[in-house]
Design a protein around this ligand. Structure first.
Ligand code: TRP
Length: 326
């Protein structure tokens, strides 16, 4: 029996942060041992929002290094740069012909981006979910380890797969999101999720202890004298979430008690959280430094790209045959 297929990608916006780590990478690590996995750096998605062409390639390399440092094993999974496998865009175009524009215009992610970048509302942004569907369907993936915010895009992917299967015959599985624990990492600003495009919201996997402390210092709190239940939103909630994510229930309980009694000391709590985070990140950073010194990234990418393109080509040929093009 063929192993089940897995696909996931992270936008090439530079080094990974804790949101990427808990939302996607942890799921990837769990799946790479069991399934046929392709993990991508999606540079074609990254260029739908404002970006600097001079740093894009370095951003791609940074994501790959972070992937490897965090534990993705190039002997177990395939690592892909999306734009090096042109079958993605070809399949995306073909799939776009069976999907309504009105559905794309209604997606919350598209609406949010329009508000975030009112001067950058381009066709690629509207097309984003179709390209993402093509990413996943190109490899006939059944599981997609991504954060919960990507659920609407996965729904689009399933709709496209279903419609294609109805129109042209059974071709694609309907992929499911693979949930990992702690998939939602709140922003350090206390509003929304941790995101690379929101300054002051994130902690990078490569941050040293001083930087982590500096970033945490900016998390908004209160006087510490209020007492009562721990808030569910805002900066204080973020601090408690971090203790949960890093599985420090002991510290969670301690500070919850302090909060209830109205004598919580946030400076002490933040210092302790910084230590907890840095202790987890340290081995990842040490591995990254070693890879930077000695690992031949280009050779690996070349090898993996070749394998990816072979698989991608099979799907694309099948799709073109079914659609009557060849
Ligand atoms: N949209 C995803 C994100 O922002 C990135 C992405 C692009 C992706 N293509 C994908 C994730 C395919 C999973 C599978 O996180």
């Amino acid at each position: 029996m063929d192993k089940k297929k897995v696909y996931s990608g992270i936008r090439a916006t530079g080094r990974l942060h804790l949101g990427n780590y808990f939302g996607a990478v942890k799921g990837m690590l769990q799946l790479q041992d069991k399934y046929d996995c392709v993990f991508s750096v999606v540079d074609l998605h990254a260029i739908t929002t404002p970006y600097d062409p001079n740093t894009l390639k370095q951003n791609v390399r940074d994501v790959i290094l972070d992937y490897l440092a965090a534990g993705l094993d190039p002997e177990k999974c395939l690592i892909e740069i999306q734009s090096s496998v042109p079958e993605h865009t070809e399949l995306a175009y073909l799939l776009s012909t069976i999907y309504p524009v009105s559905r794309l215009e209604d997606l919350p992610t598209y609406k949010d981006k329009k508000v975030q970048y009112p001067k950058y509302i381009n066709m690629g942004l509207l097309f984003y979910p179709v390209l993402m569907a093509a990413d996943i369907l190109l490899y006939k993936a059944e599981f997609v380890p991504v954060g919960i915010d990507q659920e609407p895009h996965l729904e689009v992917t399933r709709e496209i797969a279903r419609k294609f299967n109805q129109m042209f015959g059974q071709t694609f599985p309907e992929p499911q999101r693979f949930k990992s624990d702690g998939e939602y990492v709140p922003s350090l600003t206390g509003e929304g999720k941790m995101s690379k495009t929101i300054e002051g919201s994130f902690i990078l996997l490569t941050d040293d202890l001083a930087t982590i402390k500096y970033r945490l210092a900016a998390v908004p709190t209160d006087s510490g004298k209020l007492g009562g239940e721990v808030p569910k939103t805002g900066g204080i909630a973020t601090l408690f979430s971090l203790l949960r994510l890093f599985e420090r229930d002991d510290l969670y309980k301690k500070y919850e008690q302090d909060y209830k009694e109205g004598n919580i000391k946030y400076s002490e709590m933040k210092k302790e959280i910084a230590d907890v985070i840095f202790n987890t990140l340290k081995p990842i950073q040490q591995k990254r430094a070693k890879l930077e010194d000695s690992f031949d990234l280009n050779e690996m990418i070349e090898k993996h790209t070749q394998i990816c393109r072979e698989v991608a080509n099979q799907t694309l040929t099948q799709v073109k045959q079914e659609m009557g093009l060849i």
